[in-house]
Design a protein around this ligand. Structure first.
Ligand code: ATP
Length: 187
């Protein structure tokens, strides 16, 4: 399973439709400071359902929409599509290729799509749940985070490694079960 392509339009420093394609293995994006390299990882995080604007270096979600510059006018919406190869069938989908896209308008309206069909965020979380990708999976680690991980306390680092290994899902399940038990006990 690997990231096959990213399509951006109106997202941060990408006002016009931009397609980046990747093959299996290591890919490197090179560019001068401030040229938009981190905006690409922000785009991946965002399309996979990131809910915190600060995690993608903004104050509000609509900050991701191209704000104008270099003689180009601001855009009305931002759209990112992430295409993931699923030929080994790891993700819960019958498709050999999964397309996840997210869009936001200036008025705050937004939508998610899974292989072209409109869906809810939970559908995306569900589709990615066995892939170790998506929110809180640490499949994207940004610049500052590397230092934070190296300097973190063993307890925090353990938490992170466990989440990356897919244990977070089970921990959440256990938490839900404990809440349910507690409700039952009170009843
Ligand atoms: P560094 O090397 O410092 O990590 P980088 O190559 O990763 O930089 P980014 O931080 O991804 O660069 O990109 C920053 C650029 O993106 C800045 O020029 C900023 O003006 C531009 N940018 C971010 N958000 C928007 C937006 N909404 N509209 C227009 N431009 C934006």
């Amino acid at each position: 399973m690997y990231l096959k392509a990213i399509n951006l339009k109106g997202f941060k420093s990408f006002p016009d439709r931009t397609r980046l394609t990747f093959s299996p293995g290591v890919s490197v994006i090179v560019g001068p400071n401030g040229s938009g390299k981190s905006n690409i990882t922000d785009a991946v995080l965002w399309a996979l359902g990131e809910q915190s604007p600060t995690a993608i270096r903004g104050q509000q979600m609509r900050d991701v929409i191209f704000a104008g510059g270099n003689g180009q006018s601001p855009r009305r919406f931002a759209e990112v599509e992430v295409v993931i190869d699923n030929s080994e069938g790891r993700a819960a989908s019958e498709f050999s290729e999964i397309s996840i896209s997210r869009r936001i308008e200036r008025n705050g309206d937004g939508e998610y799509r899974l292989n072209g069909a409109r869906c809810r965020l939970v559908d995306i979380v569900e589709a990615l749940s066995d892939t170790n990708m998506g929110r809180e999976m640490h499949s994207v680690i940004s610049q500052g985070r590397v230092e934070a991980i190296v300097n973190s306390k063993p307890r925090e680092r353990r938490m992170l490694i466990e989440e990356a290994a897919g244990l977070g899902k089970h921990r959440k399940r256990r938490h839900r079960a404990q809440l349910k038990l507690e409700r039952t006990r009170q009843n």
